[in-house]
Design a protein around this ligand. Sequence first.
Ligand SMILES: *Cc1c(COP(=O)(O)O)cnc(C)c1O
Length: 476
Amino acid sequence: MTSSLTPLPQSRHLATAIPGPRSQALHAERQAHVTDGFGIALPVFIDRADGGILQDVDGNRLIDFASGIAVTSIGASNPRVRERVAAQLERFTHTCFMVTEYESFTQVAMWLNEHTPGDFEKRTALFSTGAEAVENAVKIARSATGRSKVLVFDEAYHGRSLMTMAMTAKENPYRLNFGPFPTEVVRAASANPLRPAASATATTNDDGVPASGADVAAAALASVEATLAEYGAESFAAMVIEPIQGEGGFIVPAPGFLKGLREIATKHGIVLVIDEIQAGMGRTGTLFASEHEGIAGDMTLSAKALADGVPLSAVTGRADLMNAVHAGGLGGTYAGNPLACEAALAVFEAFEDGTLLANARAIEAAAREVLEPLVAETDVVAEFRGRGAMLALEFADRGTLEPRADLAKEISARCHAQGVLTLTCGTYGNVIRLLPPLVIGDELFRDGLAVLRQTIVDVAAGRDATATEAAAPALA
Ligand SMILES: *Cc1c(COP(=O)(O)O)cnc(C)c1O
């Protein structure tokens, strides 16, 4: 669709300090009217966004390493999305799919049934948010199995509703002061290769040889079996896991762990739910991240990038499970809203020729080339990890692995001041994550990588911010 706006230049540009005066004024106004309960990564107000650029109200152009948390993968003003959503806007905005039907809902379901992992008959239910998809997966699994418990994992993130908070691992900020939580949620060890849970493994074997990834996976799987035995495997409806843990720190599980979970779930008749809300929809270089592990969940959850920013989420699963629920048991006023379904169909079209998946892999290659050497070159980058365009650096002291959230915070703030929007994550807040849009240009991406790399080198060496960085006022 042609736009009335001039194309947004795909280059970084600092017109003012970050945040600029207009952003600061708008932020002050926000503080007078909006709850303080929302955090903010960078108090900058955005005017336009496209490709790899966010343009703020002061005319600064920031390089987008966030994609609105893995959402705007095909660009924040993608022409296909604009065209389909605009056409739908002219026809109707809403009927409620439980009142009268529209075809796009079925078409989204059809695509997900065909493209999610698993060579079996599937059905899909659409909702609006990721947390809703997780909640509904639990409802469906309970209804289908007649069991109640849900197994979740260390470092998990599944959302901010009451059930999904219970399933999320990190207390602050997600759960603090918000309890009590629903019961029947049991947490097991995950297979974090850098930081194996004490319950899951020794870091060396009997001969003092450092544990390998396979050791970490085997030990974590043994711990999962022990947890299931303790709580009664036959009382678990579902186990829910992210194929790459997102908010928990972009943790790629030790090789073999997810395959092992698949086997354990099958053995005990537990529904395996793969939460692909952050890692799915092409982010990691395959349509779904479970493809890297050669496994299929009994249910696969999608949201975030599914409709390029128009709220839409999905539970796609085995037909027998999805149809076990009584008629009328699932739904929601906005579930599978027609504007969102049209946006999702545009996203599916965008993925058709394979270019975006190739882009995700090229993003990984470029970032690996620039950032991975920092592990050897500095004493504070413990790991470069991730897949495709879902990448992270963990900051910790060499040897002790003492987490260095202070460094992640300082580096992120200095990147922001230079016009590169990075985000942090992780149980210890010591991880910087990269989630660029898959449509970011190579030159722009490399400019952002160069800024990030130099900033890490400077901070690791204890050097002060450069003149450009120092010009920026401290963030609120
Ligand atoms: C973001 C996220 C959710 C929650 O999605 P919302 O749309 O914020 O409710 C659930 N699971 C994972 C893995 C996520 O990254």
